[in-house]
Design a protein around this ligand. Structure first.
Ligand code: 5GP
Length: 116
């Protein structure tokens, strides 16, 4: 069994976070250390530690993460100017929290690299 992270507690509303979306498969909340005017983390409710641990059964949740990213980008008003979706994996990827998450980042020109 993988060890839970702080994100599981946020998903279960056990600790505070600025949750902007939640359904049966995914939760989205604002990053505590935003690197751009819009910086939201979209996570599966199920604990999947890294992209290396993704299984075929997870495809519905992973697809939902993209649908939610699209909706939130529009809600943030960054869809037309553009934004970046980032998923870091393991040490070289710069992953800090071992519960997969998609960074939705935008609201300014982002440059070549951003998170890691
Ligand atoms: P990673 O480097 O793993 O891709 O990104 C982890 C992200 O989670 C970082 O951008 C970090 O600021 C964010 N983060 C870490 N702990 C918390 C927390 O307790 N609450 C929120 N909202 N974000 C967090």
């Amino acid at each position: 069994m993988a060890e839970e992270t702080i994100f599981s507690k946020i998903i279960r509303k056990e600790i505070p976070a600025d949750v902007v979306y939640q359904d049966d498969l995914v939760t989205a909340f604002r990053d505590i250390n935003p690197r751009a005017p819009s910086h939201i983390l979209i996570v599966p409710n199920k604990l999947i530690p890294t992209v290396n641990d993704i299984e075929a059964d997870d495809e519905l949740a992973l697809g939902r993460m993209f649908t939610v990213a699209r909706k939130l980008a529009k809600a943030e008003g960054i869809d037309e100017d553009g934004y970046r979706l980032i998923m870091n994996c393991n040490v070289h990827g710069g992953q800090e929290v071992y519960h997969i998450h998609m960074h939705l980042v935008g609201g300014r020109p982002l440059g070549p690299m951003l998170i890691g």
